[in-house]
Design a protein around this ligand. Structure first.
Ligand code: PLP
Length: 413
């Protein structure tokens, strides 16, 4: 008899975005005339920029020519892309990261999901609440938690992100081994400053812990005093791994390209206290389980670092940030306390009460889709996440529709 992984049934109901689509699908079925506007799932809407398309096309042509055809790519990525990333995303900001410390992949989702394979089954894991669900679910699948009960898994250490700490958690009093941080944050849109990030690096070094730093939304930072990379903080190269993606930066959600930075100085230990280079372990893992990312995709990603590519890529995040400012100012004016939207495409709004009930009522009254905060964790109850990934026209229209029904929504109708 083939038996299942006994950890899978522990997973709490369905994946958040599947439940959102299910409810929207049902609504559309019941109301075929409704013009639904989505401010829910964080997927980009603008097309790839011209420099990226040109490089992509040229690389496809190369693949169709016997003289320039290429077979399997290097497991960790082509040097041209790793070098461009190291120079532009790190060295230009004073972070001493070399091309060999960068591993190209098909997505930050897979990398943040797969990285936990490198660690022991009984480590103590700190997870922010609310959180990007992938960090939690992949540890559940790997058997690092107990059962799900009242919105939380036994065995995880939750870091509450609330209005009291501006949605940026401080290091816990207790000792943890693995820490997930994401800034600018999905879902709250909060950003972390240097002082508070340095406190995490100090904590991790003292505890011989590791920080997994997800910077998938770094291209939305406009306050230049904020750290763009954890490696701008002294000491981080000993205790942190950083994840980045071209998805939100350059509209690659459908093209797929990301990278993970594992410094050569970053260590983890076995039960006897013997140290291992995480860089070597991640390289081993990737070369065993991944056959690299296609050449045209890597050429397309590298084009974002050309002079034109940089301008065009910046224009993409500028566009979404202008949407975010509209959402934020309208929500403020309607009396919903908000954060985010300034260094992030997400706005986190306090709506009070039950988030799924707000989701259902907004869908029914205005045909507007948001993401219920409680789907990201217990601390998300009473909040919603609004995404700026849409056209200006639809964002404007969604906010007008929301304004028309906001009185009823706030009264709980
Ligand atoms: N990390 C965070 C915090 C995200 O919000 C997302 C996507 O929404 C990802 C990672 C996934 O990125 P990718 O498209 O590179 O898999």
């Amino acid at each position: 008899m083939i038996r299942i992984n006994p950890n899978y049934p522990k997973l709490s109901s369905s994946y958040l975005f599947s439940e959102v689509s299910r409810r929207v699908g049902q609504f559309k079925g019941d109301h075929p005339e409704a013009r639904v506007i989505s401010m829910g799932v964080g997927d980009v809407t603008l097309p790839l920029s011209p420099s990226v398309v040109k490089a992509f096309r040229l690389a496809v042509e190369e693949m169709g020519d016997a003289q320039t055809f290429r077979g399997y790519p290097p497991d960790l990525g082509y040097d041209f892309l790793r070098t461009a990333i190291a120079e532009n995303d790190f060295q230009a900001r004073g972070a001493d990261i070399s091309p060999e410390e960068i591993a190209i992949s098909d997505g930050a989702k897979s990398d943040t999901a797969n990285i936990q394979e490198l660690f022991a089954a009984d480590i103590r894991i700190a997870i922010p609440d609310p959180v990007y669900p992938v960090y939690v679910d992949t540890n559940v699948m790997a058997g690092r938690t107990g059962q799900y009960h009242d919105g939380r898994y036994a065995g995880l250490i939750y870091l509450d992100c609330t209005e009291d700490n501006q949605f940026v958690p401080d290091p816990p009093k207790s000792r943890v081994d693995l820490i997930y941080l994401c800034f600018p944050n999905n879902p709250t849109g909060a950003a972390i400053d240097r002082t508070r990030l340095a406190a995490w690096v100090d904590y991790a070094r003292a505890a011989k812990a590791l920080i997994l730093y997800d910077a998938a939304y770094v291209s939305f930072i406009r306050d230049d005093s904020l750290p763009h990379s954890i490696f701008e903080i002294p000491g981080a190269k000993e205790c942190a791994i950083e994840f980045r993606s071209f998805s939100k930066t350059a509209g690659f959600t459908g093209t797929r390209c990301a990278y993970t930075v594992v410094p050569k100085t970053c260590m983890a230990w076995d039960a006897q206290g013997k140290g291992y280079s995480l860089h070597a372990l991640w390289s081993r893992r990737q070369s065993t389980k991944l056959n690299g990312v296609s050449y045209p995709v890597q050429r397309a990603a590298a084009a974002t670092f050309s002079q034109e590519g940089k301008k065009e890529t910046r224009a993409l995040s500028d566009y979404y940030l202008a949407n975010a400012r509209i959402v934020r100012s309208r929500m403020d004016a309607l009396g919903f306390p908000c954060i985010g939207g300034d260094n992030s495409p997400y706005i986190w709004a306090r709506v009070g009460g039950d988030s799924w009930s707000f989701f259902d009522r907004l869908l029914k009254k205005a045909s507007v889709v948001i993401t219920p905060g409680s789907g990201f964790g217990l601390c998300g109850e009473g909040y919603i996440r609004m995404s700026a990934f849409n056209t200006r026209e639809l964002v404007e229209e969604a906010m007008e529709r929301l304004a028309l029904v906001s009185g009823e929504l706030q009264a709980g109708d």
